[in-house]
Design a binder for this molecule. Structure first.
Ligand SMILES: O=c1ccn([C@@H]2O[C@H](COP(=O)(O)OP(=O)(O)O[C@H]3OC[C@@H](O)[C@H](O)[C@H]3O)[C@@H](O)[C@H]2O)c(=O)[nH]1
Length: 394
């Protein structure tokens, strides 16, 4: 089809050259060229790249959605869901822990945009909803540069709330179970005010998220901004960074490489882990609900860290030893979400069984290791409180 048009264009060009005053032929050429260019633009993405299937949404239902931290572990899975649901998604990331690789399958799609931007700087765009996820989330990452973690969670959140106010968007804050600190109430429900050491090594994140929640409710009361607050409990799945440093990725990588599984302390501390797809479904339900108060999103199945180490060792069928290292300072000793509110008000609860999620994650990390092996360098998981050199603040 294009060949015929090329021929026609050539034919018309020849006729114009033969008679330079033939303005109607010239007009025809221009119209035809415009048509051909438009067609090439429409066809070229599907020639060069296949995107995951995307639903068609009418103008009325299609939302313009900003995801800060959208190239990170959770953010990129959320990007996938919202893109496949047919929305227009703008991902903003400074690529501190996020990676282009996590969203590269959308690059070039007409509903997708990727912006390299740090939320500590203001952002001016038109959107209907903001999922504000930007922040390092693993303890070694957020402790690496505590001042930057504080700035991201305070100035970054203020900037996003300011944007929400200006454009009338609804903002969902990715808060955390860490607002409960080392809890004295078990399991943790949303009424609990928490037990956080304000000057400890985790404070940059715990207190940063606590003040981010405070900011949300100040903007809601004072400026009428619509806010949603998700208190996210421990989450795992594909696209966690090899250097993430959280327990699931550490144990899986160690087991796969035959290295000792590093248990901090006695391993009697507990956590409850949810698979990332469950979390993403919960975030979208919460955003589109009318619940403005905080909601816990997590899987209530609680295990000790030592049990996790043994389970992962057996799923990987690894001969790794278990190595006990000094416990991390202020490490919460027990954590399990009370999810009655999410169940009752969102109709949400986790559906992916722990072993199924772990097996998928093990497969993911096996592929990553193969990929790394083919690219010579295999990064080791970071230790709990690594801090070498002096990180920059900005
Ligand atoms: O190699 C390791 C890593 C971690 N751990 C232990 O495993 C437990 C879980 O540690 P993680 O680093 O995975 O996660 P934490 O529960 O400490 O923090 C997490 O809480 C909830 C989220 O908001 C965040 O993603 C993160 O801050 C801790 O007790 C930690 O000391 C190990 O025993 N060995």
């Amino acid at each position: 089809m294009l060949k015929i048009k090329e021929y026609t264009v050539r034919h018309l060009v020849a006729s114009v050259l033969a008679n330079q005053k033939d303005s109607s032929s010239l007009r025809q050429i221009i119209l035809l060229m415009v048509h051909v260019v438009r067609e090439i633009c429409l066809l070229s993405p599907s020639f060069s790249q296949k995107y995951p299937p995307v639903k068609f949404l009418s103008e009325k239902d299609r939302k313009r959605i900003l995801i800060t931290g959208g190239a990170g572990f959770v953010g990129s899975h959320l990007t996938d869901k919202l893109m496949m649901d047919g929305h227009e998604v703008t991902v903003v990331d400074n690529f501190f822990t996020g990676r282009k690789r996590n969203v590269e399958h959308w690059i070039g799609h007409e509903n997708f945009e990727l912006i390299n931007h740090d939320v500590v700087e203001p952002l001016y765009i038109e959107v209907d909803q903001i999922y504000h996820l930007a922040s390092p989330a693993s303890p070694p990452n957020y402790m690496y540069n505590p001042i930057k973690t504080l700035k991201t969670n305070t100035i970054g959140t203020l900037n996003m709330l300011g944007l929400a106010k200006r454009v009338g968007a609804r903002l969902l804050l990715a808060s955390t179970s860490e607002v409960y600190g080392d809890p004295e109430v078990h399991p943790q429900n949303e009424e609990y005010w928490g037990h956080v050491n304000p000057i400890g090594p985790r404070a940059c994140y715990d207190e940063g998220k606590r003040v981010a929640e405070t900011m949300c409710y100040a903007y809601m009361k004072q400026e009428g901004v619509e806010v949603r607050v998700a208190r996210i409990f421990n989450t795992f799945g594909s696209r966690m960074h090899m250097n993430d440093g959280r327990v699931v990725s550490n144990f899986i990588l160690q087991a796969l490489q035959g290295e000792p599984l590093t248990v901090y302390g006695t391993g009697s501390q507990t956590r409850a882990f949810q698979y990332v797809s469950d979390l993403v479904n919960g975030l979208v339900l919460l955003m589109n609900s009318n619940i403005s108060s905080p909601v816990n999103l997590g899987n209530p199945e609680e295990h000790t860290i030592l049990e996790f180490a043994r389970l992962i060792k057996s799923l990987v069928v690894s001969r790794s030893q278990i190595q006990f290292l000094p416990e991390a300072q202020d490490d919460p000793q027990r954590r399990r979400p009370d999810i009655r509110k999410a169940k009752m008000m969102l109709g949400w609860e986790p559906v992916v069984p722990l072993e199924e999620g772990l097996n998928k994650t093990i497969q993911y990390f096996s592929r990553e290791l193969e990929h790394q092996a083919n690219n010579q360098y295999i990064p080791k998981p970071k230790a709990a409180r690594m801090k070498k050199g002096r990180p920059r603040h900005n």
